[in-house]
Design a protein around this ligand. Structure first.
Ligand SMILES: Cc1ncc(COP(=O)(O)O)c(C=O)c1O
Length: 405
């Protein structure tokens, strides 16, 4: 590991300490969640809520390391879930806080259990609302419908654009007009939209224009509007004052409560993946370091998004003199983290620290190739490192069978 210090946002929380000093004794690969950074993010979100009167929920799909929910609970109104298990986790691990759930389609066989855990239930279609809405209402739940304002604010990124043509997510105004019966409309307490991905508040403002144009006649009858996630609120440089204007605009135009359910913004830059170099191979002009961490298994969004994860002390090719491709140890030819440059050549045994590894990471990893799951550690505010989860061969094996006699 290079000794050069790295003060880019994913690493500011290390406060100029070299990762080898703090993490050099750890068995790799491992994730390290950063409690101080979570608190910093939480404070930004709490200030926003206090200043505007909005309520902010943790979207658990991005971060569900529940040992740290008590930290976030100090700043947030509750959790958002994508289904039964996350709803249950939210209720269990953030007790007394709100539990919202949105799923593209609910299952009959899970419905009664879901009613035990969720207090706000958002439906994706008029048919689902008709099927489940009346029993949700009888159970005293607050009921919402996801709308599709048909306003794409991100180009060439259909995988993460719920407003892309043909999207299954949210009811368009045309479908609303065709399918919404008055008795279904009467069930609704709120509307929900989720259209953004890692975006700033200007995209939200544009989206609100579309929401107003398409659903402006309906919103005054609602008690709440949920702006979904994708707001990169805790990213340095994010336009917080425009976000505040968006919230005030919705509250004053339609006289309703505003919810936000960011995932990334809650845990942005609040985690690391520590790995070591196992070998360095050469193919023509390309040097490739094979790590004990895999893109495919341990940071799947690197391949799915795709993106180049920030690496402590390293830059893009060309920034520093020594170029090296970093890759995982699995059989997948494409298990490549990316090409980086370093101030000096890498060696076997070197410790590498990837940043921004708390979100969409520990909740998405897998054991393809029999790769062990990295332990999940917590860097406490006082500098201690504690183990939150540890994995072994039995975790790999028990997901694959073992119940046949
Ligand atoms: C309905 C919904 N809410 C919230 C989120 C959280 O988004 P992010 O983590 O980008 O803030 C997502 C992400 O896909 C989502 O689908």
């Amino acid at each position: 590991m290079t000794a050069r210090s790295d003060s880019r946002p994913p690493f500011t929380s290390l406060r100029s300490k070299n990762p080898a000093e703090i993490f050099g004794g750890l068995r790799t690969p491992c994730y390290i969640l950063d409690e101080a950074k979570l608190r910093e993010n939480g404070q930004i979100l709490a200030d926003l809520a206090a200043g505007t009167g909005c309520k902010i929920l943790l979207a658990q799909k991005a971060f569900s390391n529940f040992d740290l929910y008590p930290v976030l609970a100090e700043y947030l109104a509750g959790t958002e879930a994508s289904g039964l298990y996350e709803a249950r986790l939210g209720q269990e691990a953030m007790p007394g806080k709100e539990v919202h759930v949105f799923s593209a389609a609910y299952r009959k066989d899970e419905w009664n259990a879901l009613l035990r855990y969720a207090d706000h239930i958002v439906f994706n279609s008029p048919r689902q609302l008709e099927t489940f809405g009346p029993s949700a209402k009888r159970a005293g739940k607050s009921i919402g419908l996801r709308i599709n304002p048909e306003c794409s604010t991100q180009e060439g990124h259909a995988l993460y654009d719920p407003c892309a043509p043909g999207s299954r997510l949210g009811v368009t105004r045309a479908q609303w007009d065709l399918q919404m019966r008055p008795e279904s409309v009467a069930l609704l307490d709120g509307l929900h939209f989720h259209t953004l991905c890692e975006q700033d508040a200007d995209a939200l403002w544009t989206t609100l224009d579309a929401v107003e144009q398409r659903f402006g006649d309906i919103l005054p009858r609602m008690q709440w509007l949920n702006f979904g996630g994708g707001h990169h609120i805790t990213r340095p440089g994010y336009d917080l004052s425009l976000l505040e204007q968006c919230i005030r605009r919705a509250r004053s135009s339609w006289n309703l409560a505003v919810y936000l359910e960011p995932g990334e913004a809650c845990a942005l830059n609040a985690g690391y993946l520590a790995a070591r170099v196992l070998d360095i191979v050469q193919n023509g002009a390309t040097s490739i370091a094979i790590l004990d961490a895999s893109a495919a298994c341990h940071m799947p969004d690197v391949l799915e998004m795709p993106y180049l994860p920030p690496l402590y002390g390293a830059g893009k090719p060309g920034k520093y003199p020594c170029c090296c491709r970093l890759a995982g140890p699995t059989c997948l030819a494409g298990d490549v983290i990316g090409d980086y440059s370093f101030p000096s050549p890498l060696h076997t045994g070197d410790l590498l620290l990837f940043g921004d590894m708390a979100i969409y990471t520990t909740c998405k990893n897998n054991t393809f190739n029999g790769m062990p799951l990295p332990d999940i550690l917590v860097l406490k505010e006082d500098g201690r490192i504690e183990t939150s989860a540890a994995f072994s061969y039995s975790d790999f094996k028990k997901r694959l069978g073992g119940r046949l006699s």
